[in-house]
Design a binder for this molecule. Structure first.
Ligand code: NAX
Length: 326
């Protein structure tokens, strides 16, 4: 009997946590190992988290080997093989961008150090909390003993949103759409790229026109989070939890042959993205490793979109560097 997979989730009493924990506990990450949940929250939220744990108990999930909660990252991260960093400081009214980066910097420097000291040697760290790419950069910079390729930020929700839009437009089910790509930052500057995408094996560009791509598809995907806030009064939660699981499952168990996922990883300079920035790329995964899909043709339109999003990432990186966070 193998030992349970220890999975840390931060911000576990939040909205995304409320969907994420129950899916993980029911086995959605895949694999045949049971799961032990290690849940991190800020001290004032521990009481609410106890309630969530009662509900987890009440599901009597056969796949769930145990749950530990706490407010000390070093204790919670002890021996974890997968860390899903969801909790972050949201932007409040009147908060400047610098204040937001600073507040999140404090969270992710501390969590980076704790992971460095306490996580299992094979840990994989996936950041969902915003600004996700830059939070991942900060976490990695503060965990010098963990290899760079173990850090990622979530752009799988954007990837799934892009597939959903194309599926609606073409009438082809989402599972027949492959090779979608999100480039750059998980922000409104992201570039959803369907120029390499296949719809039931056919190039997407044979089925949709340029006008739709530029005026409908790209802005709809990039602004989907805002549209959901306007409709629901709250930010995306169940879909973000679902994407967090999709991305982690792909990372641990691999992307299907002939397909890839979008994942923000530490750039090795591929496609002209400066080395060291955490930027979204098309990646294939297998055996817990990833590699950036190489040699895709990038035309002038795509180039300018990628460059714009990467410029924003560079600005964020420069800002956190000047704050001494990386
Ligand atoms: P909530 O505000 O509902 O929950 C966040 C939780 O994090 C709270 O319970 C809070 O107490 C906790 N927290 C804050 N600081 C913490 C710390 N230092 N350690 C542990 N826990 C801490 O937000 P929710 O809707 O769950 O969203 C979580 C994060 O995901 C936000 O940053 C949000 O912007 C981000 N998102 C990222 C997405 C992505 O695709 N990458 C999409 C969805 C979402 O917007």
């Amino acid at each position: 009997m193998s030992t349970p997979l220890k999975v840390a989730v931060t911000g576990a009493a939040g909205q995304i946590g409320y969907s994420l924990l129950f899916r993980i506990a029911s086995g959605a990450l895949g694999g045949d190992r049971e799961v032990e949940l290690r849940l991190l929250e800020v001290t004032p939220a521990l009481k609410a988290l106890e309630g969530v744990v009662m509900e987890l108990d009440d599901c009597a999930f056969p796949h769930l080997a145990g749950v530990e909660i706490g407010d000390d990252p070093k204790e919670v991260f002890d021996g974890v093989e997968l860390a899903l960093l969801v909790g972050a400081r949201p932007r409040s009214a009147g908060m400047e961008r610098k204040d937001l980066l600073e507040a999140n910097g404090a969270i992710f420097t501390a969590q980076g150090r704790a992971l460095n000291d306490a996580a299992a040697d094979n840990v994989r760290i996936q950041v969902t909390g915003n600004p996700a790419n830059t939070n991942a950069l900060i976490t990695a910079a503060n965990a010098p003993d963990i290899p760079r390729d173990r850090f990622s930020a979530l752009t799988r929700l954007d990837h799934n949103r892009a597939i959903a839009q194309l599926s609606r437009k073409t009438g082809v089910p989402a599972h027949d759409i492959t090779r979608m790509t999100i480039w750059g930052n998980h922000s409104a500057t992201q570039y959803p790229d369907l120029f390499h995408t296949l719809v039931d094996g056919r190039p997407a560009t044979e089925l949709v026109d340029r006008e739709w791509i530029e005026s409908d598809f790209i802005p709809t995907v990039a602004k989907r989070g805002t549209a959901i806030i306007e409709a629901r009064g709250l930010s995306s939660a169940a879909s973000a939890a679902s994407a967090t699981i999709d991305a982690a499952r792909s990372w641990l168990f691999g992307t299907p042959a002939d397909d890839w996922q979008s994942m923000a990883v530490v750039s090795d300079g591929s496609y002209g993205v400066p080395e060291g920035l955490v930027s979204s790329f098309p990646v294939t995964t297998g055996g817990g490793s990833w590699s950036i899909v190489q040699d895709l043709e990038i035309d002038d339109f795509s180039r300018s979109r990628i460059d714009a999003s990467v410029a924003e990432l560079q600005e964020e990186a420069d800002a956190v560097r000047s704050l001494g966070l990386v």
